[in-house]
Design a protein around this ligand. Sequence first.
Ligand code: NAD
Length: 274
Amino acid sequence: TDVPGITLNSGATIPQLGFGVFQIDPSETAETVQKALEIGYRHIDTAQMYGNEAEVGEGIRNSGIDRGDLFVTTKCNNSNHGRLDSQKALDESLEKLGLDYVDLYLIHWPLPGKDLYVDTWKGFEEAAADGKTRSIGVSNFQEHHLERLFAETETVPAVNQIELHPHLQQMAMRSVDQRHGIATEAWSPIGQGKGVIDEPTIEGIAKKHDKSGAQVTLRWHVQLGNIVFPKSVTPSRIQENFELFDFELSDEEMSSIGELERAERLGPDPDQFD
Ligand code: NAD
């Protein structure tokens, strides 16, 4: 089954399901990315911070898939904030990836203590105008960080990539994003594989559909409209996480997953993280 596309405010289309490569060791990255592409994934989420962009590029080249059929995201590292530094960092990413452009370039964290994210965003606008990235977006932005971009720059981010899973459902940020035409991407969509996907509610629903807890959790995201890119290095799980489009959760199942909210972060609070 084809992965649905979501149209971004830039006009580009992003596959709603992709493949995340955080914490994939560089020595395993090329073959894992190639495996994901063979299974059918066409969207890869990497970052300068992950230290595996060169190997992502190698996996892409080894797959033989046309560049135009892929959607590649990378993220500006925290050490590269600033108008010029963020552009220089993107040049380095393109070199490592072996690509002429990325599809999406994100500010990885707002780092409010540094107070450089507005300047960084101006650098991103220039990088997009130069054709080095098709779309630009942010990650881990709260409403007040977005408000500064709206007030001080020209471009509304295409996406906001935030921690989001059944234990941290981000109702408020999802509606802020939606109100401004920003697509929400969910990081750690299956809660890093523990705690969320083995919730009895999720296991019960999984049993009914003859699916796994991971598949039910990812399907919940898909039905909410979130963009997801689960990570795995295990071929059978990479395959499993791709099989989300042959079943549907009922309204009742969606709301029982909704009741698992705990406002519980696995990662840092963006306002406390510098
Ligand atoms: P995830 O929720 O995708 O969980 C991945 C882990 O779950 C794997 O390591 C594995 O242990 C387990 N797993 C995977 N598939 C499974 C399955 N079918 N059944 C059982 N267990 C399974 O967590 P993540 O890697 O943190 O997040 C996904 C992606 O989000 C990352 O790879 C990265 O691209 C992105 N991310 C972004 C940020 C950010 O700050 N922007 C932070 C974290 C992650």
